[in-house]
Structure formats: structure tokens, C-alpha cells
Ligand binder design. Structure first.
Ligand SMILES: C[S@@+](CC[C@H](N)C(=O)[O-])C[C@H]1O[C@@H](n2cnc3c(N)ncnc32)[C@H](O)[C@@H]1O
Length: 371
């Protein structure tokens, strides 16, 4: 393995496993559940023929499949009604380190979630651990591709950000490098899907992004979540718990794109995405409030808020902070640093809870393959 390969996102990225992700990240489920009508409308517009061929749906970047489980059940049931003669193939995709076992436990009713696998006739469920930046399906075989809260992960960190952990806090050349990587990966994801979609097939892509008012995840007017991550990680560096090298090596492999950046490849006639026949049916931005901050407004118990809020941040961010630490440290030492980092965040929220919230800011895109 080359050094370049070792640094790629697919070598280390994973949400926290064992069911932790979807248990802690109920806001991501709200995002999907509330946008399910957009997918059902897309299906109506697609009007699939009841021609006996296999209909394939995919959840790309599924994590443990828990946050999409009710949406997938609803959509598959609707497809079953529309095309009774067609076998249904449901494919869950994520990166190799993902907890795919939990996906199957969830959908087969072997967890506390309401599994659907036995409720829909002539349904076959599979998984793929190939990155969505690469080819994943045979050409022309995908009918409905869904992905939520995943395409902000870029395939690699293009450069170190000297003074922040996330590209939203970067400026100058570092910011430009992340945006360039973001554009490149968005294009490769779309071009690959364009090749794989059947004519008339649809993509429903609900992506983290920066909305028309400059809002993004955890940055909607109160305390900014990524600035807090950065301040606490920098604090560990100042206290000599982590080194300067480790601080600078900690960068989320993510790019938050603006609406304009999302739609440009579809609209520019010279872009490979446009040329591959992908067109936008629908685009909008929405803010879905942080469920833990919403509960706090009712119960007003700061300790309870902090205890319930930090796991949702930890479920998706831990892999990035752990990766920043030197591999020369024993694993127990790395784990202790990570625990104290999230402990510091929890204390901060418990001591001064107002304004903390991980509100979700998404760009909702429905695209079709012409033909
Ligand atoms: C924040 S989770 C979202 C999970 C779920 N879709 C949801 O909305 O709750 C992002 C997921 O995308 C996955 N992911 C990141 N980059 C990916 C890639 N290149 N290919 C496939 N999955 C990827 C991560 O491993 C993670 O499971």
C-alpha cells in the first residue's frame, strides 16, 4: 500500500458501530423521514414499467441502515405496489470499515428497530463496500439511488488546514484545495451513477451543504459546532496532551458545498455530468432542528442535555479525531485522549448549554437520467 492510499478516507472512515450510530443520530433519521415524500414523488414521475425485470434501489453511504429503515420500507412497499411483477433488489453500500453486520441485523428484525425484510415479497437485500466515488453497479442496472448525509465525505484530505479541523474554518489555499477536491469527487460520484442508472432512473441525494444564508451543520446562529471542536482539540495541544503534529494532522475528510456548487455539473453543457445525461428534477435546502437542543428547551436540564447531545457528535466525528493521533501511541492512550476530548465537550455544554445545537442543513436534490 502506498502512503497516498493509506491516507484515503476509505482506509479508515466508519461511523461508530454496534448500533451506536443510528441510536445516537436520531436527527439524521428525521432528515430522511421528512424528505421521504420527495422520493415517492420521484417514483411517481419515474412511472416504472411493470415488465418483469429486476428493480434495483440502493442506499449509498448507509452506515448501519437504521436511519433510513422506515423510508426504505415505505419506498419499497410503494414500488412493490407499482410493479408487482418485478423482483426488488435493495443494495446497501458504505466503506469497508462500516458495520455491515448491524445493517443486516436491523433490516432482519434482529435489533430494536422495525426490520422490513420479511414484509415485502420478492425482495433480495445485499451490501457493497465499494466507495461511491467508484463504479458500484453494472451499467444501466440502477433504478433508484438514494444517499443521505454522505457525499460531503471526500475521497482524501487534499491538504492540511493549519488552524482548523474542518474546511468550513479554512481560508485561502487550504479552503480552495478542499473545494477543488469536493468538486472532483462530486463529479466522479455523479458520472459513475449516470453510467449505472437505467434510462429514466432517479437519484435522491440529501447532502450536507451550505445554504443560501451561509448556514451549515451545527452553525445556524448559536455556538458553532466545528469551531468548538477546533477550540477543544487546540486546547489539548496547548495543554500538551496532543502534539502540534497531531493537531495539524486532524482534518475532517469533508467538503460542504454550496447549492451553486451542487448544481453546476448538471447545468453546464460542457460538464461530463450533463453530458452523461443527468438532469435536476428538484432542488431545495432545509434546516432540520437538533432533536437534543429541542428537548432541552422543554426540560432545561443542562447535564441531561449534554449527556444526550455529545453521543450524536461522537457517532460520526470520532474516526477523524482518532485518525489524527499518532499511531506510535498505544491504543489505550489514544482511546483515553478521545474520551477526555468528548468529556471536555460534554462539560462545556453542561456548564453553558445555551446556543449549542447540531441543526442539520441539507441540500435536497432529485436527479433523473435522461432517456
Ligand atoms: C453521516 S453517515 C450517514 C449515514 C446515513 N446515510 C444517514 O443519513 O444517517 C455518512 C456515511 O457515509 C459513508 N461514506 C463516506 N464516504 C463514503 C464513500 N466514498 N462511499 C460510501 N460510503 C461513504 C460513511 O462511512 C458513513 O457511514
Amino acid at each position: 500500500m502506498s502512503a497516498a492510499q493509506a491516507g484515503t478516507t476509505e482506509r479508515f472512515m466508519a461511523m461508530k458501530g454496534g448500533g451506536y450510530y443510528s441510536k445516537a443520530t436520531t436527527g439524521a433519521k428525521d432528515v430522511i423521514d421528512r424528505a421521504t415524500p420527495l422520493i415517492l414523488d420521484a417514483l411517481d414521475r419515474m412511472a416504472p414499467a411493470d415488465d418483469g425485470s429486476t428493480f434495483t434501489m440502493a442506499d449509498m453511504g448507509c452506515a448501519d441502515g437504521g436511519t433510513s429503515i422506515d423510508m426504505v420500507r415505505t419506498v419499497l412497499a410503494r414500488i412493490r405496489e407499482k410493479v408487482p411483477s418485478r423482483s426488488l433488489q435493495m443494495v446497501y453500500t458504505d466503506l469497508p470499515k462500516n458495520d455491515f453486520s448491524q445493517v443486516f441485523q436491523n433490516i432482519h428484525g434482529q435489533s430494536d428497530l422495525n426490520g422490513y425484510a420479511d414484509d415485502i415479497s420478492n425482495l433480495y437485500v445485499y451490501a457493497s463496500a465499494t466507495s461511491f466515488h467508484k463504479p458500484m453497479f453494472p451499467p444501466g442496472s440502477l433504478n433508484l439511488g438514494f444517499s443521505a448525509t454522505a457525499s460531503h465525505y471526500i475521497s482524501e484530505v487534499p491538504t492540511e488546514i493549519p488552524d482548523h479541523v474542518h474546511m468550513v474554518g479554512a481560508s485561502g489555499a487550504a479552503r480552495a484545495a478542499f473545494e477543488e477536491q469536493g468538486a472532483k469527487d462530486w463529479r466522479s460520484m455523479l458520472v459513475n451513477r449516470a453510467r449505472e442508472l437505467a434510462p429514466g432512473g432517479r437519484l435522491a441525494l440529501f447532502n450536507f451543504g451550505i445554504d443560501e444564508e451561509g448556514r451549515y451543520l451545527g452553525h445556524t446562529g448559536g455556538v458553532s459546532m466545528f469551531d468548538t471542536f477546533n477550540a477543544l482539540w487546540q486546547g489539548l495541544c496547548e495543554d500538551e496532551v496532543i502534539t502540534g503534529r497531531e493537531y495539524r494532522a486532524t482534518n475532517f475528510p469533508q467538503c460542504y458545498r454550496t447549492v451553486e456548487q451542487f448544481i453546476r455539473p448538471f447545468e453546464d453543457p460542457s460538464d461530463p455530468v450533463h453530458q452523461a445525461g443527468l438532469r435536476i428534477d428538484h432542488v431545495e435546502t432545509r434546516v432540520v432542528p437538533c432533536p437534543f437542543a429541542t428537548d432541552f428547551k422543554q426540560h432545561r436540564d443542562p447535564v441531561r442535555f449534554a449527556k444526550s447531545y455529545i453521543p450524536t457528535l461522537r457517532s460520526w466525528s470520532e474516526a477523524t479525531f482518532a485518525k489524527g493521533l499518532s499511531a506510535d501511541r498505544p491504543i489505550e492512550e489514544r482511546q483515553a485522549i478521545i474520551d477526555s476530548f468528548y468529556g471536555n465537550y460534554e462539560s462545556l455544554v453542561a456548564d453553558s448549554p445555551d446556543g449549542h445545537a447540531m441543526d442539520y442543513v441539507h441540500c435536497y436534490l432529485i436527479a433523473r437520467k435522461e432517456g
